[in-house]
Design a protein around this ligand. Structure first.
Ligand code: G1P
Length: 294
C-alpha cells in the first residue's frame, strides 16, 4: 500500500495569450465557466481526490488567484448583514476549502520549469499536477481519482489521457502507449507533434501523478518545443527509466485553454446550471439555436 497522495501543483504562470485581450489584466485561470473560475473547478477536483496540500505556481499579474482563495472579511460581513445567506456560504466556502501555498515563477520558461519551481515545496514525495484550463467533469470518480487508483495499485507515475481527432494532435503532448497486463504503459511522449510524427491519437490532458524522480530530470531538461522547458521532455526520460502508466479518463472534458472549448464549456454547463439552465435553454430555443425539449 502506497502512502496517500496529498500534494498537488497547479501551474498557473502562463500568459494566456490565446485569450487576449481578456487575459491582459485577468489571469486565464480566473476566467469563469458560468459562475466559477477555472482554477476553482481544478482545486475542487483535487480536494475530492484527497489532495489537500495545494501549491499554485503563479507569475506576474496573478494576484487575483490569491485573493480568490483568501478570506474577504468585508465581503463576508456585508453579505451576512444583508441576509444573503446562500452567497455568504458560497464565498466563505471558497476561502476555507483549502490551505493554498503560492510559489512564483519569475520568468515564463515553460510548463516543466513551472513544475520544477514547486520542487522544494513537494520534497521527496509523489505528487499530482493539474492544469486548470482542462476542465473534466465526471459523474462517478473524478479525473484525479481515476489516476490515484492506478497510482495506488502501481506506486508509479500516472498520466491522464484522451483520444483526440487527427486535426487536434498537434495541440497536445501525445503518448506512445501499449497494453501491459490490463494497464496502459507509456513508452514515450512527444510535445505537439505533426500528425505524421505522432505515435498515436492519445493526448495528455493536464492530469498527472509523478514520482519525485521527475524533479531531478526536469533540472536537466533543455528547452524544447517553443524554446520552453517542456514537462513532456522530462516525462519521456522518466518513462525510459521507470514505468509510467496512462489512464484514458472517463468524463466530459473541455479544453477550456482554447476559446472554442471555453465557450462550449460555458454553454453546456450553463444549460446544466440549477439556477440559470432553464432560462438559458428557453432563450436558445426561442432563437432557434437549439430544438425544443420534447
Ligand atoms: C500543455 C502540455 C501538453 C498537454 C496540454 C493539455 O500544453 O504541454 O503536453 O497535452 O497542456 O492541455 P499547453 O496547452 O499549455 O500548450
Amino acid at each position: 500500500m502506497n502512502s496517500p497522495l496529498r500534494k498537488i501543483i497547479f501551474p498557473a504562470a502562463g500568459m494566456g495569450t490565446r485569450f487576449l485581450p481578456a487575459t491582459k489584466a485577468t489571469p486565464k485561470e480566473m476566467l469563469t465557466i458560468v459562475d466559477k473560475p477555472l482554477i476553482q473547478y481544478g482545486v475542487e477536483e483535487a480536494l475530492d481526490a484527497g489532495m489537500d496540500e495545494i501549491v499554485i505556481v503563479t507569475g506576474r499579474g496573478k494576484r487575483a488567484i490569491e485573493d480568490h482563495f483568501d478570506i474577504s472579511s468585508e465581503l463576508e460581513a456585508n453579505l451576512h448583514a444583508a441576509g444573503k445567506d446562500a452567497l455568504y456560504q458560497t464565498v466563505s466556502r471558497v476561502a476555507r476549502m483549502a490551505d493554498v501555498a503560492y510559489i512564483r515563477q519569475k520568468q515564463p520558461l515553460g510548463l516543466g520549469h513551472a513544475v520544477l519551481c514547486a520542487a522544494p515545496w513537494v520534497g521527496d514525495a509523489c505528487f499530482g499536477v493539474s492544469l486548470a484550463d482542462e476542465l473534466i467533469l465526471s459523474e462517478g470518480k473524478s479525473a484525479m481519482q481515476q489516476l490515484c487508483e492506478v497510482h495506488e495499485q502501481t506506486g508509479a507515475s500516472v498520466i491522464g489521457l484522451a483520444h483526440v481527432p487527427d486535426n487536434e494532435v498537434s495541440r497536445y503532448g501525445i503518448v506512445d502507449a501499449q497494453d501491459e497486463n490490463g494497464l496502459l504503459r507509456l513508452h514515450g511522449m512527444i510535445e505537439k507533434p505533426a500528425i505524421n510524427q505522432a505515435p498515436s491519437n492519445l493526448a495528455m490532458i493536464g492530469r498527472y501523478i509523478f514520482t519525485p524522480r521527475l524533479f531531478a530530470l526536469l533540472k536537466e531538461t533543455k528547452p524544447g518545443t517553443g524554446n520552453e522547458i517542456q514537462l513532456t521532455d522530462a516525462m519521456r526520460q522518466l518513462a525510459s527509466e521507470e514505468p509510467v502508466y496512462g489512464v484514458v479518463i472517463e468524463g466530459q472534458r473541455f479544453d477550456a485553454g482554447n476559446p472554442c472549448g471555453f465557450l462550449l464549456a460555458n454553454v453546456i454547463l450553463g444549460l446544466q446550471h440549477p439556477q440559470h439552465g432553464e432560462t438559458l435553454r428557453a432563450a436558445l430555443t426561442e432563437m432557434k439555436l437549439i430544438p425544443p425539449v420534447r
